[in-house]
Ligand binder design. Structure first.
Ligand SMILES: NC(=O)c1ccc[n+]([C@@H]2O[C@H](COP(=O)([O-])OP(=O)(O)OC[C@H]3O[C@@H](n4cnc5c(N)ncnc54)[C@H](O)[C@@H]3O)[C@@H](O)[C@H]2O)c1
Length: 253
């Protein structure tokens, strides 16, 4: 049994993680951590680490960058394994996380969906095989409330592909401002915004007379919660170091 401290317990993702934990026999939420302690989670929620009385094995964090420094201080001090899912961390915070991982086990992924990480893995395999002969384009779609474009995940896919192809890719965002023939070393990245689309990512390999598409669609936030809970069980008892979804997928093969 993995006992979890849920940071951001009162938020949308915190509630999704709590739902997934209720349905997963091998994990249980010991307590929550959130500046909003008012919501009725079914477990105690604290606004300070010092007040937490319950014992726990792993921290899952879906909160806010403003909570990060306190969490990472606690992790560095106690060596408690942590699954950090909060996005929008500064470069300085990412550096602090890497530093803390020298003495504590830390899992980080900007996209906790197992499916998206499998998509990245498959796309890298395809890019290696098709190297240079196929044009790569990435199309992402999200709801009309999303502020940033392209999505961090689209960029993560492009970055992963860049590491495996033999050339140094140039990212081309949309194409309305570019009037030239497509270059062989481009990776095109395009954003669509509308309605309530949770998140779609499509990686297109377009060659001569044939096209291969790898596509992932998320229908709810639950997929991120499922990935985080799996990651927490995976991190229980791990030694110090930086872990990510690739490690989790490798482990479940
Ligand atoms: N890695 C992933 O796959 C993934 C997926 C979805 C969301 N996220 C990220 O998870 C985070 C939370 O998303 P959400 O949709 O649940 O947001 P949300 O706003 O619904 O919830 C955030 C929670 O954190 C709490 N909080 C804010 N500041 C805090 C602080 N300083 N100390 C303690 N608690 C604090 C809030 O009270 C709130 O309950 C965001 O950064 C989001 O981008 C990551």
């Amino acid at each position: 049994m993995t006992k979890i401290l849920l940071s951001g317990a009162s938020g949308h993702m915190g509630k999704a993680v709590a739902r997934v934990c209720r349905e997963t026999a091998a994990v249980d939420i010991a307590a929550g951590y959130d500046i909003n302690t008012a919501s009725d989670c079914g477990f105690p929620v604290y606004s300070s680490f010092a007040d937490i009385k319950e014992e726990f094995d792993v921290i899952i964090d879906f909160s806010h960058p403003s909570a990060f420094d306190g969490i990472i201080d606690y992790v560095a001090e106690t060596k408690t394994p942590a699954v950090i899912c909060t996005t929008g961390l500064s470069d300085e915070q990412r550096a602090r996380m890497n530093e803390a991982a020298k003495t504590a086990p830390i899992f980080f992924s900007a996209n906790m969906s197992i499916g998206i990480n499998l998509l990245i893995d498959l796309a890298c395999k395809a890019a290696k095989l098709l190297d240079g002969g196929f044009d790569i384009e990435i199309v992402e779609k999200h709801h009309n409330r999303k502020l940033d474009a392209p999505s961090g995940t689209a960029l993560a896919i492009a970055d992963a592909l860049s590491e495996v192809v033999s050339y140094n890719p140039e990212y081309t965002y949309d194409r309305h401002s570019v009037r030239r023939k497509r270059g062989k070393t481009e990776i095109g990245i395009h954003s669509v915004r509308g309605g309530t689309i949770v998140g779609e990512h499509d990686v297109i390999f377009a060659g001569t007379d044939e096209v291969i598409e790898l596509k992932h669609s998320a229908a709810s936030k639950e997929v991120f919660a499922v990935g985080a809970v799996k990651a927490a069980a995976f991190m229980n008892g791990k030694s110090a170091g930086m872990y990510n979804m690739k490690d989790l997928i490798e482990n479940s093969k």
